[in-house]
Design a protein around this ligand. Structure first.
Ligand SMILES: [Zn+2]
Length: 619
């Protein structure tokens, strides 16, 4: 840890020199096209994004943090810390207590403002345990706003829920339940600005775009146009003019749900892994996000803010098409309503572990009701054990990877139980890579969570086991654009998912342009979403307080006069193989002591993981 901090301060010093040229910080907009794959951006598919990348900084070697989900990566961008510090290990986590606004579930889905409020309250009023960049920015007296997709938007300033300091506009803005606002209130000034721009004070729903379909009815065939038009209009017609009038620096986040929401729900490929997420509806969603960015750029021009505003674009993760295939899973041998015969049902990890451990399964999202044979838990999460209120094993289902918790009973961790869970998972053909919390010691075939930056200063319960699923590519010319992954989800085979440790999911789109960035610069060095938080802090002169040491690096090579460090490549391999010879392998790059994880899993079962080379790996 000390080495990481020492190296970091060198790079800070180097880029401080670069920054010294300009005394007043400029403005910064972080635009997040959720789930946009780096290689999918071309002048044809996304002209504004392609132009920004080619005129500014092109991050050719980008990295989403694993688990490659939205909330974890939002926590990294908003704090500059890796997930071992932020404790946002996935979109759905085990909190160890019943979360009221999540139907009293112990495994809440975090993309929800009341849920985030409840979890914050429970964990010392800041469940991320780090200060965010928007909080640091408003402490400097800057104007701040976060607008867009529910969940990751609020993450940027989640501890103040008054709406008086940072403007928060998301899906829940203006929505009420039992006479109480669900979202963050709008201040009088924000209300006035929206009204003057002839915009309503409540966000529209996703409408047709929100429809995921089922095993017989295809999902949506439209992008999330109307809702995102509202968010983008709020930024360009209300917030930016207000910020300009204040004549102070600003930091603004616009989180575009597209292409993610559409790629998940699209109805172009029901039951089939081709075209999967490369059909017309997904392409329309990429164009929708691109149109939103273009509108923001036009507004900056019109307001005379273009020359003083940096735009950083970072997708939270890549994307893949869903497979539900298996030949080993006991869960897939039963028949379920709404699940094609032989396919993995939602909750297959919970069902398979319950069978392997010979313990009952309960549904945390149905008031802990028992899960009967031939049915699956409602949201795929599971509580395993004789007592649902004190489970032996908890599965938080997420998609391309799941979290497994073994809550402590008494003081000791249950190492035997962890070994049993690992051995059950290793026998399944849908598994590719297992990471175990360091407190369980070395378990053959696995790697410790600390190896992938998942062990730090977090205050939420740490998962005991992170299980990654199998991935591969269909034949489409560019394998990373045709990723397919097994996913634990209610969505269907042929729809979209992420969260996996394949390169298709770790390779997010990243680019930047503006007065504090180099122009026409192609950056070959690895960068990550934790680096985004650190680099924004550096450019804007922010000093968020830090409790953990798992921080990203300032991307100095992308800044004028910044130093260009060197990168090396490396591999981590389980010290001991499992009984059948299986080892978990991680492929990474290294810059200044900072590791960038490209892909991980069992060689031959993860897209982007070098199977031939790793087969000979010794350790
Ligand atoms: Zn996302």
């Amino acid at each position: 840890m000390r080495r990481i901090i020492a190296v970091l301060s060198i790079s800070l010093a180097a880029s401080s020199a670069a920054l010294a040229q300009n005394n007043t910080p400029r403005n910064l907009i972080l635009f997040v096209p959720d789930g946009l794959r780096a290689l999918k951006v071309t002048p044809e598919t996304a002209p504004a994004l392609a132009a920004l990348r080619d005129k500014g900084v092109n991050f050719k070697n980008p990295h989403s943090l694993f688990p490659t989900f939205t909330m974890p990566n939002s926590s990294a961008m908003s704090t500059g810390h890796h997930l071992g510090d932020t404790g946002v290990f996935s979109n759905t986590i085990f909190t160890g207590y019943s979360v009221g606004p999540a139907s009293s579930s112990m495994t809440p889905f975090l993309e929800n403002d009341p849920v985030l409020g409840d979890v914050d309250d429970h964990f010392g009023h800041n469940y991320v345990n780090e200060e965010t960049i928007l909080l640091a920015a408003r402490k400097e007296g800057y104007s701040t706003a976060a607008v867009g997709k529910l969940g990751p938007t609020l993450m940027f300033d989640h501890t103040d829920r008054t709406g008086a300091k940072t403007i928060i506009i998301d899906d829940q803005t203006g929505a009420e339940k039992d006479g109480k606002l669900l979202g963050i209130p709008l201040s009088d000034a924000t209300k006035a600005a929206l009204t003057a721009a002839q915009l309503p004070l409540a966000a529209p729903s996703r409408g047709e775009n929100g429809k995921a379909g089922d095993s017989e009815k295809p999902g949506t065939t439209v992008a999330n146009v109307d809702q995102q038009k509202y968010f983008t209009d709020a930024v360009t017609k209300a917030i930016l003019p207000m910020f300009k009038a204040r004549n102070k620096p600003f930091v603004l986040v616009l989180w575009s749900r597209d292409p993610d929401g559409t790629q998940h729900n699209q109805g172009d490929s029901l039951g089939s892994v081709t075209p999967g997420i490369n059909g017309p509806t997904s392409l329309a969603a990429i164009k929708n996000a691109d149109d939103n960015l273009a509108q923001v750029q036009q507004a900056l021009k019109d307001l005379g803010l273009e020359a003083t505003t940096n735009i950083v674009v970072a997708a939270d993760h890549g994307f893949s098409t869903i497979s539900k295939e298996t030949s080993t899973s006991p869960a897939a041998k039963a028949e379920y309503k709404g699940v094609p015969k032989g396919q993995l049902p939602p909750g297959f990890v919970a069902i398979d572990l319950s069978k392997a451990l010979n313990l009952p399964l309960f549904d945390p999202d149905s008031k802990n009701a028992p899960v009967a044979d031939g049915t699956y838990p409602r949201l795929a999460n599971g509580l395993i054990g004789k007592d649902a209120s004190a489970p032996d094993v908890v599965v938080a289902a997420n998609g391309g990877s799941d979290l497994v918790y073994i809550p402590k009973k008494g003081k000791k961790v249950d190492k035997d139980l962890a070994r049993k869970v690992v051995s059950a998972l290793i026998q399944q053909d849908y598994v590719s890579g297992i990471f175990v919390h360091d407190s369980f010691g070395l378990i053959p075939g696995t790697l410790p969570m600390s190896a992938i930056n998942l062990k730090g200063n977090s205050v939420t319960p740490a998962p005991s086991i992170v299980v990654n699923f199998r991935s591969y590519a269909t034949d489409c010319g560019e394998p990373l654009l045709c990723g397919v992954e097994v996913a634990d989800t209610r969505l269907q085979q042929g729809q979209g998912m992420h969260g996996n440790f394949s390169r298709a999911d770790t390779m997010n789109f990243m680019a930047a342009i503006g007065p504090d960035f180099k122009t026409e610069y192609v950056n070959q060095l690895p960068v990550s979403n934790a680096d985004i938080g650190m680099t924004i802090s550096q450019i804007m002169g922010l000093k968020p307080t830090s409790t953990g040491g798992l921080v990203g690096r300032v991307i100095s090579e992308a800044l004028p006069n910044g130093i260009t460090p060197k990168a090396t490549a490396g591999r981590l391999v389980s010290k001991k193989p499992a009984e059948d010879g299986t080892r978990t392998v991680v492929q990474f790059q290294n810059v200044q002591g900072q590791r960038y994880f490209d892909a991980a899993g069992f060689p031959g079962r993860t897209l982007g993981l070098d199977a031939t080379e790793t087969a000979n790996a010794k350790k």
